[in-house]
Design a protein around this ligand. Structure first.
Ligand code: ASP
Length: 426
């Protein structure tokens, strides 16, 4: 223990302290603490700056490193299947919790403002839209699925071009190393950014509002915790046969950033850093699985949509049939795929889920008031799910450095010195 004093405090502890201090500041100082928001916005802007170049260059270099096309296809299929499966489990947990704990009992939704449903885009258009007509526009607009598509095509083509494209491959490798370094630098600012965001949230919402809708909040949080511990922890222990505690310890920084920024896409650089440096997932796997997950894998969002649909049904005294539950699972899974990994993305898609089983959209107005609090939990689950799947795929593909995984996760104390753990051989 005496060595503890000499060591730098791990980043996750600093982030946690920032979170608690921010919460306390917002509650004690009250509304004027909302003025601290720019400190958080600065952090969000910094991580947003990373997203597009990080996804693009690390994915290209990841695909180039994979070489084997069959292997790539296999990884893609597996990733997609696990994403869908865990999402369906998540929404089932959400519905079950909603039925058992009745968050909507005793709440009157009268007087809530009417809202209009968001049109669900046709499935065929969603898929067609992934093929970008202009890759540069996709990069500037930050359209993640289009960037992923173009990066995969480019990576595969670089490999097919062989020797002649070697300089391009080297360029992307070097660029991706630089982006990883930049990520390291920026996330060392996380404790201060998290402090600012947390102070703003608690100052804005205050304890009163939190109490009146406390039951929905409690049910969503409890269901999230169960999904994370049982579904994720269980999968890691029994399918990947790894110690789940190491996993949770390794991604606590990403979870804290997800919790406070409520953006899976925004958290992506931190998730990537944690998964590679603390869990030992290879860069090719993380650079493929994580950006895809940040875009389409939203377990927390699906779970939340399940709880909220049940909440609205109960508040209006509407009985749901078995067929309604089936439709709910299907639409919430699809809606969570279509949800953007940005703050409040899930609330927008909730209208589509409610419409699918004929529930009144006015319920959304009430939920909107506490959405930020719910978003914090669901984004944390979304990010944890992405990290879990990357671990599972890496384990299955023999691309997991178990020495790093079983180590002490000490790279949580970010160091800007060259770090051996950054250079993972696959
Ligand atoms: N904020 C969530 C995320 O970024 C999406 C949502 O609103 O459910 O993962």
């Amino acid at each position: 223990m005496s060595t503890m004093t000499k060591q730098k405090m791990p980043l996750w502890q600093k982030i946690f302290i920032g979170l608690i201090l921010g919460l306390a500041t917002g509650l004690i100082v009250g509304e004027s603490a909302a003025a601290l928001k720019p400190i958080g916005t600065l952090f969000i802007n910094l991580i947003k700056m990373l997203i597009v170049p990080l996804i693009f260059v690390t994915l290209v270099s990841g695909i180039v490193a994979m070489e084997d096309l069959k292997k790539m296809r296999r990884i893609g299929m597996k990733t997609f299947a696990i994403y869908l499966l865990t999402t369906a489990v998540a929404i089932t947990i959400g519905i079950t919790f909603g039925i058992i704990f009745e968050p909507g009992a005793g709440i009157s939704l009268e007087g809530a403002k009417a809202m209009t449903a968001k049109e669900a885009p046709a499935l065929v258009d969603t898929f067609l839209n992934i093929v970008t007509k202009n890759p540069i526009a996709s990069l500037t607009n930050g359209n993640v699925l289009q960037i992923i598509f173009f990066a995969i095509m480019l990576g595969v083509s670089i490999n097919l071009a062989g020797e002649k494209a070697k300089p391009v491959a080297d360029f992307f490798n070097g660029f991706s190393e630089a982006m990883f370094k930049m990520t390291h630098i920026i996330i060392s600012y996380a404790p201060i950014g998290v402090f600012g965001l947390m102070a703003w949230v608690s100052a804005t919402y205050g304890i009163d509002l939190l109490m009146s809708l406390g039951k929905v909040i409690l049910v969503v949080y409890a269901a999230c915790i169960v999904h994370v511990i049982i579904t994720f922890g269980g999968t890691i222990a029994f399918v990947a046969r790894l110690n789940p505690l190491k996993f949770f310890k390794g991604i606590v920084s990403a979870q804290s950033v997800a919790f406070t920024t409520t953006s899976s896409s925004g958290t992506l650089p931190v998730t990537t850093d944690n998964v590679v440096n603390n869990l030992g997932v290879s860069k090719p796997i993380s650079s493929f699985v994580l950006p895809l997950g940040a875009t389409i894998n939203m377990d927390g969002t699906a779970l939340y949509q399940g709880v909220c649909a049940i909440f609205v049904a109960q508040a209006y005294g509407i009985d749901l049939t078995m067929a309604d539950y089936g439709t709910l699972i299907l639409t919430a899974t699809l809606a969570s795929i279509g949800t953007a990994g940005v703050p409040g993305g899930g609330l927008i898609m909730l209208s589509m889920v409610l419409t699918s089983i004929g529930l009144p959209l006015e319920g959304i107005a009430i939920i909107a008031g506490i959405d930020r609090i719910l978003d914090m939990a669901r984004t944390t689950v979304n990010v944890t799910g992405d990290a879990m799947v990357s671990l599972l795929i890496a384990k299955g593909e023999n691309e997991l450095n178990t020495v790093i995984y079983n180590g002490d996760n000490s790279s949580n104390s970010i160091s800007l010195e060259p770090n051996e753990k950054n250079t993972i051989k696959i």
